[in-house]
Design a protein around this ligand. Structure first.
Ligand code: NAD
Length: 287
């Protein structure tokens, strides 16, 4: 979809977690810019140094402010500076930090390192609360603003391999509801999560058997997996004035996956002998 509608003209925000061109936040930033939104980009200092965020910043006329989303002092600085740079309060926030060392280091679910587990929760869920708490304390959000985080269906269903990130996503969605209630009452600000199909990004590539997750979800979704661009399109709608009364929701952007029992595409895939053999091979290799 190449059209732009000026949906976000005059709106200002902060976008977390664009690391490289494959990041969901990267594509979303480009789409927001095209719709007239202006924003500050943020990520870990290390990610800025080794990633390509400055390239995106140049393209979108944005400033980059480093912040570790788990550190309240960093968030205080980020939010205060962003309102100064953008010349006023914020209209939208895209939260997208996520990280699990247990997944990265391939720890079994029954042999988790609990310090890493706490870190997973802090980076991938609690940071969402911290961002909103700082915003509320600084009164940095405009009325009828919109705050979004990105979730995954493993918050509701068991997906072996997604490990402690499943708990983080469940917490993330709960924080969206609890803070959403508060922000709605105090400021008419809405808070939601979008539950996204498996999408090929750097974070996803660390998940064991991600290719199988991806293929399975694609075949089980009547519309196919939602990709980066589909997420970006949903996000601009959620940041626009057309969704003012949508709040405290976990919104499925999954091509129908979450409502499908079985699909003809999946049956065909399973029936094709060579696919079954191939996937058995992959599983045996990974054991
Ligand atoms: N890719 C998928 O299949 C998929 C599916 C559903 C949901 N999501 C979610 O989408 C979001 C974006 O992930 P992505 O897939 O685009 O991957 P990504 O690797 O591009 O983005 C993750 C980002 O988190 C940042 N980050 C890590 N620790 C941080 C910290 N302490 N402070 C600030 N930033 C930190 C990383 O630098 C990176 O930019 C995540 O919440 C992820 O769980 C992804």
């Amino acid at each position: 979809m190449d059209n732009s509608y000026g949906l976000l003209k005059g709106k200002k925000g902060i976008i977390f977690g664009a690391l490289d061109k494959n990041s969901i936040a990267w594509k979303t930033a480009e789409r927001i810019y095209k719709e007239g939104g202006r924003f500050v980009l943020t990520n870990l200092s290390l990610a800025i140094r080794f990633g390509t965020l400055n390239e995106l910043a140049k393209k979108c006329e944005s400033n980059v402010i480093p912040a570790d989303a788990t550190r309240v002092e960093d968030l205080e600085n980020l939010i205060q500076k962003s309102t100064e740079i953008l010349g006023g309060k914020l209209d939208f926030i895209l939260h997208s930090p996520a990280m699990s060392t247990n997944i990265r280091k391939d720890r079994s679910y029954a042999d988790l390192n609990y310090d890493w587990f706490m870190k997973t929760l802090d980076v991938s869920a609690l940071s969402f609360h911290k961002v909103m708490q700082v915003i509320e304390k600084q009164d940095a959000m405009n009325e009828w603003g919109s705050i979004l985080a990105i979730s995954y269906i493993a918050a509701q269903r068991a997906f072996p391999g997604y490990s402690d990130m499943a708990e983080a996503k469940a917490m993330l969605e709960s924080i969206a509801r609890s803070f959403g209630y508060r922000f709605a009452k105090n400021k008419n600000v809405r808070v939601n999560t979008i539950s996204q199909s498996p999408t090929k990004t750097t974070a996803a590539s660390g998940i064991n058997l991600f290719d199988v997750f991806y293929e399975y979800a694609d075949k089980m979704s009547p519309l196919g997996n939602a990709d980066h661009e589909d997420f970006a399109n949903y996000a601009i709608m959620m940041f626009s004035d057309f969704t003012r009364k949508v709040t405290m929701q976990n919104l499925m952007n999954d091509g129908g996956f979450s409502s499908s029992g079985i699909t003809e595409d999946f049956i065909k895939y399973i029936k094709a002998d060579e696919n079954v053999k191939e996937s058995k091979k992959t599983i045996e290799i990974q054991k």
